[in-house]
Design a protein around this ligand. Structure first.
Ligand code: GLA
Length: 386
């Protein structure tokens, strides 16, 4: 695969270039918990953004995606948010480079197979790949954690999404065959083996692009903060929903706005499910883990209200299918992908079955991706002379 990518970039650049790759991610359980200082359980997958860059001897930054015809050019002194995907590149320059600028003009070209708008974090992969390439080329000496934080700030300040740290962290810290149990309060993490050779992780794309996602996402964050503002009056140790016990929430339900209460209930429960789920994984109990995924989905749909009819249809249909252990909508929400754990021997019939059920209902065949848990972002070495 990377050989083909090299060939494409070589055709484009015709000279040496710096190449980096960064993956998208799945998240097994623990949704919207990251910005509530809770736990998440993501993993990097075998879908990547590849980014190549080389100096262009001009005084500008030029960016293009191999898949698109357009090319965008930016003055080096002009790193501010723009519409569309180049904003992530401008943001990463702003967040990582001394004086927020490139010292010389560069050509940047990207390609990849992380579906956009599918809840697999293509934007975090783009930031991570560029961050790694800048770090290497300009000898910035930034750690992977610093690059992940730069990616998160880029989302906040250049894309107006007040996201947590999960996606960037997973893209940069992924480890083949392992989930990352990340504590978003102190950013300590533990790799948990996903050691289930008979299970496949299959994503079914609802084909609904989450256009509402950023405004509703930011609103969810505010609603969680509103809950903390009330509940922290009763315990000075409460700094986030991570710190709230279910009993305390129930005791003060009447003081919370009904919507805020539901949001808090979901987050507090989801964090608990993640901890229980990790124990199940360590005990090799994939059936019990799968059941928690359904509970997570119900909460996402009814309490956190970030699902959509298509995702609800997928999960309820998938639940009845042969060989399925668990399923739920994954990522920020309002569409994107549903993640399903399926027995290996049922994987093919699962994919054809869910594609035809969905098509019967919605008139479109959903894309399905069988994913492999893979290494995180890396510098790709130049191709040997041929
Ligand atoms: C998006 C955000 C993450 C996280 C998820 C929901 O992917 O970028 O930080 O909040 O949504 O779990």
């Amino acid at each position: 695969m990377e050989m083909d990518i090299h060939r494409q970039f070589q055709q484009y650049f015709g000279k040496e270039y710096q190449l980096a790759a960064a993956p998208g991610r799945v998240n097994l359980i623990g949704e919207h918990t990251d910005y509530n200082q809770g736990f998440v359980l993501p993993a990097a997958i075998d879908k990547n953004i590849w980014l190549a860059m080389a100096p262009n001897n001009e005084n500008h930054l030029s960016v293009r995606a191999l898949e698109y015809r357009e090319e965008y050019t930016f003055s080096l002194d002009d790193m501010h948010p723009v519409k569309g995907w180049p904003t992530y590149l401008l943001g990463m320059i702003y967040m990582t480079m001394p004086e927020h600028r490139l010292p010389e003009g560069m050509d940047v070209v990207v390609t990849g197979n992380v579906p956009v708008g599918a809840g697999m974090s293509s934007s975090a992969a783009l930031c991570s790949a560029f961050g790694l390439a800048l770090n290497e080329y300009f000898h910035l000496g930034l750690s992977r954690l610093e690059l992940a934080l730069a990616g998160q700030k880029t989302e906040h300040q250049f894309a107006n999404l007040q996201c947590g740290i999960m996606d960037q962290f997973a893209s940069l810290h992924g480890k083949s065959g392992h989930l990352i149990k990340l504590d978003c309060r102190n950013l300590e993490y533990e790799y948990i083996p996903f050691d289930f050779p008979d299970i496949r992780i299959i994503l079914v794309n609802s084909m609904v692009s989450h256009s509402l996602a950023s405004s509703e996402y930011n609103l969810r964050r505010q609603q969680c903060d509103a809950g903390v503002a009330v509940l922290s009056k009763y315990d000075s140790n409460i700094h986030s929903l991570r710190d709230v016990r279910p009993e305390l929430l129930e005791a003060h339900q009447s003081e919370l706005d009904g919507t805020v209460y539901k949001r808090c209930r979901f987050i507090i429960g989801e964090n608990q499910r993640l901890l229980t789920g990790c124990d199940f994984l360590k005990q090799q109990d994939i059936d019990a883990f799968g059941q928690l995924m359904y509970v997570s989905h119900d909460g996402l749909s009814m309490d956190y209200e970030v699902s959509c009819p298509e995702s609800d249809f997928l999960v309820s249909t998938i639940k009845e299918m042969k060989g399925v252990k668990g399923a739920r909508q994954m990522g920020g929400g309002f569409g994107g992908c549903t993640i399903t754990l399926v027995e290996k021997d049922s994987a093919d019939t699962f994919i054809s079955g869910i594609q035809s059920s969905y098509e019967r209902n919605y008139g479109r065949i959903p894309d399905c991706y069988s994913t492999i848990i893979s290494e995180g972002a890396h510098i790709v070495q130049p191709m040997a002379e041929q």
